[in-house]
Write a protein that binds this ligand. Structure first.
Ligand code: TYM
Length: 332
């Protein structure tokens, strides 16, 4: 059976981008067709400035939302990254295989370190080595496929390179994984700034739909989405990114094709209205289920405890093998 691994970082409230680019597919497809693991990758949240209490709160909220969205702990493994030591253990070996140059070339590092410096903050070393930890997350489980949004492609490519290099140098230990993306909405754009990605940690939330936004907030944000000065509704990401983004959202929410849907609209207003309602209906069951689950934190804790136990059992032998392969002496 195929092994699937993916993760989500508790650096902010989960967004519609997270849902359409990743989580929805984990729920609808991946957990049914493979032996799948989904992790709240809290260690990754420490690579930027953070409030410890907030990270703890957001980790629980992210796990609760994954279950609310429909991940079924009977079918897949849901756990918190820091509960399984193997991630940090293997990350160090990945740092020993990766080069400084390839880490510095990562687009996310360049963007995030640039932003930190511009606001007078220092850049944490862990922000640079972030892809080594992500590679460890994936490789520790013998992962075949990594379902992610498009923004993670470069990190998964680097993971492949590291796996191949490790295997060539030290003998075959790691499966070489590949990224998979959804057909529509692999890159959901910010509603107010449709040339940049809808991201959790954007300072200004006006262009971001959060999974826990209520119906009115969703409507307000979609109705105020930036379109452009034209009139015609066409699906053209380069010429009309805001309109294309709305069509992508509508298509993702209703199951249609974005270019074909464009033909049915004579005005931006009507497109926005239908998109808003489609997104409201898409998120309604997730928000309702989240409220139920949040009222029973003991249940979520138990899912995460069992998930970590299962994950540990899978990762341990792989990481032990990697430790032996590089020449480390087995513990006596
Ligand atoms: P993160 O937490 O930023 O995002 C989680 C998932 O959501 C996808 N995503 C989007 N997809 C479409 N449009 C968007 N606007 C959008 N924003 C986010 C992301 O592509 C991702 O699939 N580095 C990862 C977390 C990670 C991970 C891993 C993922 C750590 N280790 C191992 C896979 C395997 C990240 O920051 O995702």
């Amino acid at each position: 059976m195929k092994r699937i691994f993916s993760g989500i970082k508790p650096t902010g409230h989960l967004t519609l981008g997270n849902y359409l680019g990743a989580v929805r597919r984990w729920v609808e497809v991946d957990q049914h067709r493979a032996d799948a693991l989904f992790s709240v990758v809290d260690l990754h949240a420490l690579t930027v400035e953070h409030d410890p209490a907030r990270v703890r709160r957001l980790s629980r909220q992210a796990a609760t939302l994954l279950l609310a969205a429909g991940l079924d702990p009977e079918r897949c493994t849901v756990f918190v990254q820091s509960h399984v030591d193997e991630h940090a253990r293997l990350s160090y070996l990945m740092e020993c295989v990766a080069t400084d140059g390839e880490m510095r070339r990562m687009i996310q590092y360049r963007e995030k370190s640039g932003r930190a410096q511009a606001s007078g903050q220092s850049v944490r070393l862990s922000l640079l080595t972030y892809p080594a930890l992500m590679a460890a997350d994936i490789l520790a489980y013998g992962t075949d496929e990594v379902p992610v949004g498009e923004d993670q492609t470069q990190h998964v490519e680097l993971t492949r390179d590291l796996a191949v290099r490790f295997n060539q140098r030290y003998g075959h230990v790691f499966t070489v994984p590949k990224a998979t993306h959804p057909e529509v909405a692999a890159r959901v754009m910010d509603l107010r700034d449709p040339t940049s990605k809808m991201g959790k940690s954007h300072e200004n939330g006006a262009g971001i739909v959060y999974l826990l936004d209520d119906a009115d907030a969703v409507r307000r944000k979609v109705m105020r989405a930036v379109t452009d000065s034209g009139r015609e509704v066409v699906h053209d990401r380069a010429a009309s990114p805001g309109v294309a983004n709305l069509l992508d959202l509508l298509a993702a929410a209703t199951g249609g094709d974005p270019a074909a849907l464009a033909g049915g609209y004579a005005s931006y207003g009507a497109l926005k209205k239908d998109t808003a309602e489609a997104v409201v209906e898409l998120l309604r069951p997730v928000r309702e289920r989240h409220a139920e689950l949040a009222a029973d934190p003991g249940h979520v804790d138990e899912v995460l405890r069992l998930g970590a136990e299962r994950a540990r059992g899978m990762a341990r032998p792989v990481v032990d093998r990697a430790y032996r392969a590089v020449g480390l002496m087995p513990a006596l």
